[in-house]
Every structure is written in C-alpha cells, then in structure tokens.
Design a protein around this ligand. Structure first.
Ligand SMILES: Cc1ncc(COP(=O)(O)O)c(C=O)c1O
Length: 348
C-alpha cells in the first residue's frame, strides 16, 4: 500500500491580521479524479460496490488565514453542484442499489432530510420524512417539507419508529438518521483519498458521527498520522468514541468484503479526540454567530449548529497543521427537475 502520510506541510500564507484574507487554492493535483476514482485506482476490486452517481465531484483544499493563523479548508461544501456538504457523499452509497422509495429521519434542523429528499428526487424517487422534535425549526424544516412526499414531526424516537412502521412498504429504503451506518461512512472514507497532503489534525463537526467515522476509516487505510478532532454538537451518546471507531472499522471491512486487496484497518497513527461544543444542540450561541461572521469575511459560509461551533474550537485551540472539514452547504428551494439535476445509476 502506498504510504501517503505527508505531515503538516500545509503551506503558509502571508500574514494579514484581523480580517484574514480570501481563501487561496493550494496546488492540488488530485482534483481531476473523484474520490471514488481514487479508491478504484487503488482497489480495482471495488468496481462492483453498489453506488449511485449523485454528481459528487472532487473538492479543493484551500487555505485561509485568520489573525496570522493558517487553516486549510477541505471545501466539501462544494461536493455537488446541486446540494453539497457531507451528506451527498454518504447518500451515493446509501441510495444504492436504487430503491423504489426512500424514508429517512432527522431533527427539526433537517439538513439530512433535505439532502436525502433532494438527491432522491434527482434519481426520480419519492422521500418520506419523519422529523423528531429536537433542535429548532429553521428554513430547512420548510424546505424539507416542500420536497417530501410525506412529512411529519413527532415528539420522540418511539413515535418516529411507529410512524416508520406505518409508512414502510416493500421496496422502501430506510436511510438511518444522519445516514449514520457503516455504508454511510464510505462516502467520507473515499473523500480522504482526495487529500494530497494528509494534515496533522482534521476538525469536523460530530452530529451522528458518521462523517467522523468515515474520516477515521479513510485515514487508517492511508496509514496517516492524523488526529481527528470531532466537535460534538448533539447527543453525548453519538460522541462515544467506541461507537465512532466501531463504525469506522465496519466501513473499512465492508470494502474489504468486495476487494480483499483493501487492507485490514489498523489504528496506527490515527487518533480521535471528541470535544464538546458550547451550548445545546441547535442553540444559536453568540460566539458561534460571531465565528460565522468572521468566516464570512474570508469568503466562507458556515452556520451556527455544526460548522460555526467546530470552527470556534479550532480557533480556540490554534494547533498547528489544522484542516477544517467544511460540511455545510446552504439549502435552497429546488423546484424543477433541472434544478435538482438528474444522475444516472452507475455501478462504482
Ligand atoms: C452541516 C452539517 N455538518 C455536520 C453534520 C454532522 O454530521 P454527522 O452526522 O456525520 O456527524 C451535519 C448533520 O446534519 C450537518 O448538516
């Protein structure tokens, strides 16, 4: 296996304190290949691994500087032209093979439900959405409702299960909340293969933890020496390290079942640190709002629930070699089939 663990070599930008400066593209020569193409080059036996094409494209790593502190940013907010962020990477695997209908669950903030409904619609599929009354209502709640074939808000997990049982029919694919399962983690696992330089640490929001698991799995397969700093914004249980690690190992094992060339994942130099974010889930803290404003000045759009709180931790720690995994894409109303895009079902 190629050992590709160039450490901490993120190039420095000129200092311009206070306002920082607009992101600068680092010379990244891997951008011509998608994450999946990288994976296939490395492990050709994964050819038959079920995947649908949602138009996920390679995302650049850029560098920003805030108060003289350089930060690399993996622009996964740009992961698809229709609706990017961390979700489509997972959905390419969760919606394969193409089902007849989709059902999923989210909190009131509903980014996951929205992303699922948008991308399922791009495949010509209807999505039923069950929201659990957690977090706060926002514009995404309405956008998800507008896209869903059936939509309801329930008080808790038991009611969500009851509704799922009532709605389920043969052929319905149940996508777990946040896409949190080993298959969902494969999307981010593949994205790790897009990184030209493996950073010393990656800051990522932790909601359900599936993105963090994907990072751990991809980093293990690349034999990296990297710390994943997962900023927990939601339930404590989602941040249990054993849970996040177990999902990472299962994701790597899933690939290994298709291609024995995929090595058995080993922790090696990869580590996980879970940090609790300030405030309750969905709480719009003044410090998260200030961070979002600060980043707007350098041309990045964050929000206050996930990415703002994660960037806040990164800026507080100011550890060298930091890469921020940008998971947020701004939802918008997508009314026509053209706006949603249409992606053919293709084997990986
Ligand atoms: C913008 C954003 N970032 C991060 C997350 C959390 O990702 P995960 O559930 O994989 O931990 C979410 C989940 O909805 C999200 O919408």
């Amino acid at each position: 296996m190629r050992t590709d663990a160039t450490q901490g070599s993120i190039s420095r930008a000129r200092s311009q304190p206070e306002f920082g400066r607009p992101p600068v593209r680092l010379p990244v020569d891997r951008l011509t290949l998608t994450a999946v193409e990288h994976l296939l080059r490395r492990f050709p036996g994964l050819e038959g691994f079920p995947r649908v094409d949602l138009g996920v494209r390679p995302t650049p790593t850029e560098e920003i500087e805030l108060d003289g502190f350089p930060i690399a940013v993996k622009r996964d907010d740009l992961s698809t032209p229709v609706y990017g962020g961390n979700k489509p990477r997972a959905l390419e695997f969760l919606l394969a093979p193409r089902p007849r209908r989709v059902m999923t669950f989210s909190s009131l903030l509903a980014y996951h439900a929205y992303a699922t409904a948008v991308h399922a619609a791009g495949l010509g599929l209807k999505t039923d959405v069950v929201l659990v009354r957690r977090g706060r209502e926002s514009e995404v709640t309405e956008l998800a409702e507008a896209l869903a074939a059936r939509f309801c808000v329930v008080p808790g997990v038991t009611a969500a299960l009851a509704r799922a049982l009532a709605w389920w029919r043969p052929g319905t694919r149940v996508v777990p909340p946040g896409g949190a399962c080993a298959r969902g983690a494969v999307g981010t696992l593949a994205a790790v293969f897009e990184l030209e330089q493996l950073p010393r640490r990656i800051y990522v929001p932790l909601g359900t933890g599936v993105t963090a698991s994907g990072l751990l799995a991809g980093l293990m397969l690349r034999e990296a020496v990297t710390e994943v700093v997962a900023v927990r914004v939601a339930d404590r249980v989602a941040g249990w390290r054993a849970l996040v690690w177990a999902r990472a190992f299962r994701a790597a094992a899933l690939l290994r079942r298709f291609d024995p060339q995929v090595p058995r994942a080993a922790v090696g130099g990869v580590s996980l640190r879970v940090v609790s974010a300030d405030g309750e889930y969905g709480q719009d803290t003044s410090s998260a709002r200030a961070t979002v404003e600060r980043l707007r000045a350098v041309g990045l759009t964050l929000e206050t629930t996930y990415t703002g709180k994660t960037m806040e931790v990164l800026l507080r720690e100011r550890m060298p070699g930091a890469l921020f995994w940008h998971t947020y894409s701004r939802p918008k109303a997508l009314r026509t089939a053209e706006e949603r895009g249409f992606w053919k079902v293709t084997p990986m």
